[in-house]
Structure formats: structure tokens, C-alpha cells
Design a protein around this ligand. Structure first.
Ligand SMILES: [Zn+2]
Length: 275
């Protein structure tokens, strides 16, 4: 009589790097006051961050067999319970409106049936867009592990530090893939001609991608920090390379011939797809 050998069962595990941290009360990610926490959409709902999303951590996406890992499900958009009601309302005001106005104009150009020039200029409010993005990225941190980026972003958001003195450059480009990508505290190392490491905070949702980095240049892309105005409500003509369309969900956080990505203990990243 031969023994029946059962094939091994596939056991799926939760994704350890994006497990939500439960808790209704805690220090607000922006003002740091202990408060009842509310959920903040990152990026704002108006940019298309609505409905159901299934997310995997950045580390799982790039290193693991994703069939073996449960995703983290978000109903009603990718959001984090990290802000007090006051900060959440403040952020949802003029900063989000400026970002939405920029999104709407870029979407029109990207989806235009007409032949357009390769370089377009878009009237937008860079101060408000950058301030809003800084605050959203700070709030996308439900482990609460702090970073230097967060400290500075808070000072800028509350006007304690001038935006033009920010240590971060903000590069942006057209992004065509369906995935939403959000990453904090990743380091991009370039080996040639000498070893250089640059920190990156990344936010991508069709049709735009943004990276906050201490690198002075980035793939020849425009740097929004160069368009900062004296007053927040002032518009600038932001350049947009219309035919430079990128569609790798985890770019620029991917290994290439002379590049390696490092993720430290406070790194956080998720790649999500509407589901
Ligand atoms: Zn707050």
C-alpha cells in the first residue's frame, strides 16, 4: 500500500511592511497634538484616489512572490488615519485645490486628440502645490516612525520655515500607468563616477508623478522649486514635457545598471491598483 503524499499547501501571509496601525487617538502627524485622528487621502480624492484599491508594499512588489502575500485593501481611496480634524480640513483647502487645478490641466493635455508642442507651459500655483504634497506625504505614515523630511515639512506647512529655504527639490513628470505609488525615505545610490546617495519621497497617480529629493538634478526633469513665487496665491508657468511619458510604477525607485535603491528602517512604500 502506498502512502498518499499531499502536495504542499500554498499559505498566504499578510504583507508585513504596510500593515495598518489601528488606533483612533494619537499625535497628529502634522501639528503633533494628541487628538482624535481622522483619515486623510493621499493623494487627495480629487486626483482620482477614490473607490477600491488593493495595495502591496514596495518591498513586496520588488522582492517577493506577490502571490504569497495578502495585499492591504483600501475602500474609498488610499488613506491614513493620522491627522487631527483641524489639520485635515486645512490641508483640504487651498493646497488641494491648487493641486487639483494642476491635475486637471495636465489631464486635458495628456488626453488631447490634437498634436501639441513637446514643451507646454501650465499656469499653476507652485507654492500651494508643494506645501500640499509635503503635508500629504507626512500624513502617509501610519507607523509613526519620524523622519527629517517630516520635521521640515511640518515647519514649512505651518509657515515657520520659508518654502524657498526647503532642502528638497521637487521634480515632476507625466506618469501613464494605472498603479498608484507612494514611497517615503528611500535612497537612490548611483555608483558612477563616484558613490552618491539621494533620499527620495515619491507620489505618483495618473497622469502626474512627483519626487522630493535632495538631488540637484533628476533625469533632466523640471524642478518645481525653481518656480516658487513670493506669494502663495501667485501663479507660475510650469513647464511640462508632454511626450516624456513614463509608465514603470516604481520608477525611479528601481535598480538599473548603475543604480541601487536602499530602504532603511523608516522606509514606507506601497504600490496600489484599483480593484
Ligand atoms: Zn493636527
Amino acid at each position: 500500500m502506498s502512502a498518499i503524499i499531499k502536495p504542499p499547501r500554498t499559505i498566504r501571509s499578510p504583507d508585513p511592511y504596510i500593515t495598518p496601525v489601528h488606533g483612533t487617538y494619537g499625535p497628529c502627524a502634522l501639528c503633533r497634538h494628541y487628538s482624535k485622528l481622522t483619515q486623510n487621502h493621499v493623494p487627495p480624492e480629487s486626483t482620482g484616489n477614490t473607490d477600491r484599491w488593493l495595495a502591496q508594499s514596495y518591498l513586496t512588489t520588488v522582492t517577493a512572490n506577490s502571490d504569497l502575500i495578502f495585499g492591504r485593501r483600501f475602500n474609498g481611496g488610499i488613506r491614513f488615519r493620522t491627522l487631527c480634524a483641524e489639520c485635515n480640513n486645512k490641508l483640504g483647502g487651498r493646497e488641494d485645490k491648487a493641486l487639483l487645478a494642476f491635475y486637471e490641466q495636465v489631464t486635458k493635455l495628456v488626453e488631447s486628440p490634437f498634436q501639441l508642442p513637446p514643451l507646454m507651459r501650465i499656469a499653476a500655483k507652485p507654492n500651494l502645490i508643494i506645501r500640499g504634497l509635503l503635508a500629504h506625504i507626512v500624513s502617509a505614515n501610519d507607523t509613526g516612525v519620524p523622519s527629517m523630511f517630516d520635521e521640515e515639512a511640518r515647519s514649512i506647512f505651518f509657515g515657520k520655515k520659508a518654502l524657498r529655504l526647503s532642502s528638497w527639490n521637487v521634480f515632476y513628470w507625466i506618469y501613464m500607468a494605472k498603479e498608484l505609488f507612494l514611497a517615503r525615505s528611500l535612497f537612490l545610490a548611483t555608483w558612477f563616477p563616484t558613490l552618491v546617495m539621494h533620499e527620495m519621497q515619491i507620489l505618483k497617480i495618473y497622469p502626474l508623478a512627483f519626487v522630493f529629493t535632495d538631488a540637484p538634478h533628476f533625469y533632466g526633469l523640471p524642478n518645481m522649486m525653481q518656480f516658487i513665487r513670493p506669494r502663495d496665491e501667485e501663479e507660475a508657468e510650469l513647464p511640462l514635457f508632454l511626450y516624456r511619458r513614463e509608465n514603470n510604477p516604481v520608477f525611479p525607485a528601481y535598480a538599473a545598471s548603475d543604480k541601487v535603491v536602499f530602504a532603511g528602517g523608516n522606509a514606507f512604500g506601497l504600490v496600489a491598483r484599483q480593484d
